[in-house]
Design a binder for this molecule. Structure first.
Ligand code: GZL
Length: 321
């Protein structure tokens, strides 16, 4: 039966309308994204989770979300579950940099593309993931170091620094330490006299700072914390020791979350280096591009600034996390 032009056009229109109707056999199948999150250890992480969930909703992507409570074995289990559920794409923020090759090879064998967000993995085989989107943590450490060198340029004598490191083995902890030391090593006055992990949490940051104060007391000139949550915990310890945070001890931290702005406005924190958690929209764009067969950059770096306490009050109303 020969369809005339008018009938053909009407038929095509009807079929494409049917494809838009939800629930019909022709309805566009929703992209399913499996996401394994580090945990809920900090204000930064909470903002990151919120960004991912709201961006998935806005993008019409079905999100299967799992919280690993900062345990690598839980992330590996979640990734295996996503593979078994045959999701379209897997994304995750690796709690630590090592130990991912086996499970990433399983995802590759199942032909499920993987996106790294926030933190990197140290796998030599970069074919195991499509892209890594997140901050340059080494540069964040350099920014912290450069701010301190500038602040101390007119002081005489040693600058004794205590360091609260992030989660042991995590990319931010490794790289923020590396970048900071790269800058301060140019001047022998700068000495890191104590360095220990506070696991990115307020509670641990306070506990370790208490130990630093007990061991070194008034010898401490500077605290360098790898994130604001540990710095905020340390501020409590400094006050309980009868010292003035940001005056008796200069405090530098990273993330620039709301709590950091509140501490700077209260005059208790000197500076916070920005590390944006708002990766949700970029992640959903990458997921859609992957599903559409479009090329995706191997490395997507988030642009970030630095906020000294002097600008905190002016900047705070503009902050999005
Ligand atoms: C950095 C992120 C870090 C934050 C911490 O991108 O991985 O983890 O700096 C968070 O606050 O816990």
């Amino acid at each position: 039966m020969k369809m005339n032009r008018r009938t053909l056009a009407a038929t095509l229109a009807a079929v494409s309308m049917a494809a838009m109707l939800p629930g019909t056999a022709l309805a566009q199948k929703k992209i399913v994204l499996g996401f394994s999150q580090v945990g809920a250890e900090s204000e930064w992480r909470t903002a990151n989770t919120e960004s991912i969930k709201s961006a998935a909703k806005d993008a019409g992507i079905e999100l299967k979300f799992s919280d690993a409570q900062q345990k690598q074995e839980n992330q590996i289990k979640a990734i295996r579950a996503f593979i078994a559920q045959k999701v379209d794409v897997i994304a995750f923020s690796p709690v630590v940099a090592s130990g991912w090759d086996t499970v990433l090879k399983e995802a590759k064998a199942a032909k499920i593309p993987v996106v790294l967000t926030d933190r990197a993995v140290d796998s030599k085989d970069t074919s195991l993931y499509v892209t890594f989107m997140g901050s340059d943590f080494t540069e964040e450490g350099r920014k912290a170091g450069r701010w301190l060198v500038e602040k101390m340029k007119d002081t005489k004598g040693d600058v004794n620094i205590v360091e609260l490191q992030g989660t042991v083995g995590s990319a931010p902890a490794i790289d923020r330490k590396k970048g900071f030391e790269e800058v301060i090593k140019a001047d022998p006055r700068f000495k890191i006299i104590r360095s220990q992990t506070g696991d990115f949490t307020r509670a641990k940051g306070k506990e370790v700072m208490e130990a630093f104060l007990k061991a070194e007391g008034k010898k401490i000139n500077v605290l360098y914390a790898h994130n604001d949550d540990m710095a905020i915990g340390a501020i409590q310890a400094i006050e309980e020791a009868g010292l003035k945070p940001a005056k008796d001890i200069t405090i530098i931290s990273i993330d620039a979350v709301k709590g950091a702005f509140e501490a700077m406005i209260a005059g208790k924190l000197n500076v916070s280096v920005e590390c944006s958690p708002l990766l949700g929209p970029q992640l959903m764009t990458a997921v859609k591009d992957i599903m559409a067969g479009k090329p995706v950059q191997k490395r997507i770096v988030t642009e970030e600034g630095i906020f000294p306490m002097e600008v905190a009050a002016k900047e705070f109303p503009k902050r999005k996390y």
